[in-house]
Design a protein around this ligand. Structure first.
Ligand SMILES: N[C@@H](CCC(=O)N[C@@H](CS)C(=O)NCC(=O)O)C(=O)O
Length: 306
């Protein structure tokens, strides 16, 4: 069986969501530490330009975005399912990844402001070209975002049943990972602010401790160069399939460009291998890795002819 190779960094909340899923599923995985800003010289040959964190690799198959990573982990490891309410749990990811995340980020950066390195600010301005990285503005807006953050946590509080360890009972599910991510982000960067906001919700704090206790599965470090070498000798397991319902009549072999529709909109260009309502897989080549197939979710991504 191909090893799970996970490209991430410790402080990344989206990575933490996946680390928790790996823990829930009790999986062993290889951990490749990537930089928290560009350049990412050993990641770009794999993704073809997608620069966000995290990325998952199985041999010569590369998965970009937590949505498709979760789907692929469920597909490859069906004996320990964590997604029980299929479609709607992926809808819940949008809540965690967009409005809840966008309320968490300014609270953190507004507070850390002057401590943030210049290179990091410049990098994030490139990722959000329409928005300057202005921590004074973020700080000024913090009261509004604290209100938002509290409202999102209240939604979690209202979903916890007395006597249950997790949101759906005594076994963890993907809902726990989605709900945990932003609380983890605030707690690990600004514990006092998080604890102040959580005081009102003691049940959320107990639930949070239960999710934390799941751990991250069994990880062993891998050097980024080794990950490139794994891709180079592997062959993608993706098979070419025509999507009979593609609303735009795309077919295998078409050259397409895929990019996120929110931020970090770097386009990845390749030849379509297969696509369906949930996933698009494109083949590309890089001298460092040979042929690889890069997989993206459909919701939240744009596909254009290249
Ligand atoms: N929709 C993406 C969002 C990922 C994301 O925004 N990740 C942050 C880090 S947690 C990021 O890429 N930051 C810039 C970087 O790491 O270079 C996903 O679900 O994976």
């Amino acid at each position: 069986m191909q090893e799970i190779i996970f490209h991430h960094y410790a402080a990344s909340p989206f990575s933490e969501k996946i680390r928790v899923v790996l823990g829930m599923k009790g999986l062993a995985w290889r951990s490749v530490e990537i930089p928290n800003m560009m350049p990412k010289p050993d990641l770009m040959p794999l993704t073809g330009g997608y620069r966000k964190t995290p990325v998952m690799q199985f041999g010569a198959d590369i998965y970009c975005d937590t949505q498709i990573i979760i789907r692929e982990l469920e597909r490859r490891f069906p004996d320990s399912p964590v997604v029980h309410h299929g479609g709607l749990s992926y809808a819940m990811a949008f809540w965690s990844d967009r409005p809840f995340f966008q309320a968490t980020v300014p609270i953190i950066f507004g507070e850390l402001g002057p401590m943030i390195p210049e290179a990091f600010k410049k990098d994030r301005e490139k990722m959000f070209p329409e928005r300057p990285f202005n921590y004074e503005q973020m700080k000024a807006a913090t009261p509004m975002f604290r209100d938002q953050w509290r409202a999102h946590v209240a939604m979690i509080a209202d979903s916890l049943a007395p006597g249950c360890k997790f949101l759906a009972g005594n076994e963890p599910t993907i809902a726990d990972a989605h709900c945990h991510m932003n609380i983890w982000f605030l707690k690990t960067t600004l514990a006092a602010i998080a604890d102040g906001l959580l005081k009102e919700f003691p049940a959320v704090s107990s639930w949070y401790d239960n999710v934390k206790a799941i751990g991250h599965g069994a990880l062993t470090a891998m050097d980024s160069k080794e990950a490139l070498a794994v891709a180079k000798v592997a062959m993608s397991t993706a098979r070419s399939v025509v999507d009979p319902h593609d609303p735009n009549g795309r077919k295998p072999g078409d050259r397409v460009s895929v990019m996120a529709d929110d931020y970090g909109r770097d386009a990845v260009v390749g030849e379509l291998v297969f696509s369906n309502a949930h996933e698009i897989a494109i083949k590309r080549n890089d001298p460092a890795v040979g042929d690889v197939v890069v997989h993206f979710p459909r919701a939240g991504f744009m596909v254009m002819p290249a």
